[in-house]
Design a protein around this ligand. Structure first.
Ligand SMILES: Cc1cc2nc3c(=O)[nH]c(=O)nc-3n(C[C@H](O)[C@H](O)[C@H](O)COP(=O)(O)OP(=O)(O)OC[C@H]3O[C@@H](n4cnc5c(N)ncnc54)[C@H](O)[C@@H]3O)c2cc1C
Length: 498
């Protein structure tokens, strides 16, 4: 019988996945990562601004843990992104001010940068600002320049972290919803799920918006509630003349880091978010509104000398921040019940901080439960990205096609994605333990469907590849949570053409 401690991590967002990865470095644990959705990273970790924050916006006197782990997380992503081949860019961040009042507020962040040891943060004025960002808005008078700011592909980051954790022994269970933590005699015994009981010595709650529910089921922090705070975005096509070259944002207010204009790691212009507190129970409300979208568009005129034309808008979306009371992350290992650990209410800058949160949580577990951590000799830090056709030279593509003709069959023309990439992504999903291969899951892994046409050309083709590969009827292919056959007329045409 194994003498490893059985650990269940609830929630495969960036926080739960990163904790699973760090735990997998040690011999001490037998780790199961459970996720209620069909895929990993579909909560707050998917729909956000994608910034690896420098750490100068966190007040260490109010949120010391956020300040410490944000700066550390920014550093750690430099290593993690290389090890895991996650798309990331380090172009620095400009907090733009347009008047004296904003300048006064912006100056406070230079002081915070000093307190948090964030390197290189300083005020720049018009002349230098226009050199740093040639596309800056005409109203801009100056900015706080934070050179360590970066951008990451958030959904690919979660996928990469999970793939690597699984490679190192973590078991992933998707479509597995934790219904409650079972506690007996002051100790955690396991987790009740929709698929039955999973025994555990330690349960780590990283359930994002729902982490309050899991916490209450363990009998602790009964006054801890998460409130969803909505952020709406506009996403524009890659093919735009005036794009931000730095991370640009307006001066923050007490509840938001301001409105951003960025060029994502995949070349799209992203503008947003709003910050709207929703009622506690509105944890599924990811609707967008004309009011919110007009607001972010208007705010972004302070940032860019020429706004992306509305005709180039390809998508609007919203994300929900898991906002804890007072903005304080709840990270704690409990003695009563022994074995219950919270990584709850991880609001911004949670993505940036996730690797550092993971190290912090594992240290906390080792100290609280007196566990002497033993490093694995064979722990593999590396994960290889999917082999992609896009951005390769013709000779390289020829070479790929010679080895595998499926690289010559382009499925998505907007993002130049080949059939071979779709097939590789399906194989990886199966290997990772994902039970249902979804069209959305393939979109996040291959970018097929992320272009100007938003999948109207390629989606049915990809559905056909899934159907052939898995030997399932075409109408049974799942889009996100529902089957393709429901509500999509193309299914009839494809089925008829067989
Ligand atoms: C609009 C917006 C903008 C943001 N911008 C940034 C930014 O630029 N930079 C930054 O650093 N941070 C940003 N953040 C914050 C960041 O996205 C979050 O802090 C981070 O993603 C939280 O990760 P998580 O894993 O805790 O939560 P989530 O990603 O929500 O993961 C929780 C997971 O738990 C699963 N789950 C829930 N209940 C159960 C259950 N009962 N059983 C099983 N699984 C369950 C969910 O399905 C989900 O996958 C932003 C957030 C938002 C919404």
């Amino acid at each position: 019988m194994s003498n490893k401690l059985k650990v269940v991590v609830v929630g495969a967002g960036i926080v739960g996945s990163s904790i699973a990865r760090v735990l997998s470095m040690y011999e001490n644990f037998d780790i199961t990562l459970i996720e209620k959705e069909p895929d990993v990273g579909w909560g707050a970790s998917k729909a956000n601004t994608s910034i690896v924050h420098p750490g100068h916006e966190e007040d260490p006197n109010v949120h010391p843990l956020r300040a410490e782990l944000c700066v550390k997380g920014n550093q750690m992503w430099r290593t993690w992104a290389k090890e895991l081949e996650i798309p990331v860019t380090w172009q620095g961040e400009l907090m733009v001010f347009t008047n004296e009042d904003e300048e006064k507020r912006a100056r406070e962040y230079v002081k915070l940068a000093q307190l948090n040891n964030v390197p290189g943060v300083r005020i720049v004025y018009e002349k230098e600002l226009r050199v740093l960002e040639p596309n800056i808005g005409k109203e801009a008078k100056g900015a706080v320049w934070a050179p360590t700011g970066g951008l990451i592909s958030p959904f690919e980051a979660v996928i990469a972290v999970v793939e690597n954790a699984v490679e190192n022994g973590v078991k992933l269970l998707t479509e597995t919803e934790a219904l409650g933590v079972k506690v007996s005699d002051g100790r955690v015994k396991g987790v009740e799920t929709n698929r039955g009981f999973i025994e555990a010595d330690i349960v780590i709650n990283a359930a994002g918006l729902y982490s309050d529910k899991i916490t209450h089921s363990a009998g602790v922090e009964l006054d801890f509630y998460i409130r969803p705070r909505k952020g709406e975005y506009l996403l524009f096509d890659e093919n735009i003349e005036v794009k931000p070259t730095r991370i640009l944002h307006t001066t923050p207010t007490p509840i938001t880091k301001g409105v951003y204009a960025i060029t994502t790691v995949h070349g799209n212009v992203l503008i947003g978010p709003t910050a709207e507190d929703l009622p506690r129970e509105a944890k599924d409300d990811v609707s967008t509104t004309t009011k919110g979208l007009d607001y972010v568009y208007q705010e972004a005129t302070k940032l860019l000398k020429e706004m992306p034309p509305r005709s180039k808008l390809i998508r609007t979306f919203a994300g929900l921040r898991p906002e804890p009371p007072g903005g304080h992350w709840l990270i704690k290992a409990y003695g009563d019940p022994w074995g219950f650990v919270n990584a709850a209410g991880i609001r911004s800058p949670g993505f940036t901080s996730a690797p550092a949160i993971a190290e912090y949580v594992v240290k906390l577990i080792s100290e609280t439960y007196d566990i002497r951590l033993v490093r694995k000799n064979n722990w593999n830090p590396y994960r290889r990205d999917i082999t992609r056709v896009n951005n390769r030279s013709l000779s390289e593509i020829d070479e790929l096609i010679r080895k595998n003709p499926n690289y010559g069959e382009i499925v998505c023309y907007c993002k130049t994605v080949s059939k071979a990439e779709i097939l590789e992504a399906i194989d990886r999903m199966i290997k990772t333990g994902i039970k249902t291969i979804t069209l959305d899951g393939l979109k996040f892994r291959t970018y097929a469907g992320f272009g100007m046409c938003q999948g109207s050309f390629c989606r049915w083709r990809i559905g056909k590849i899934i159907s052939e590969k898995l030997g399932i009827p075409y109408h049974d292919v799942v889009v996100k949570r529902t089957r393709y056959g429901i509500g999509d007329i193309k299914v009839l045409w494809v089925e008829k053409s067989r």
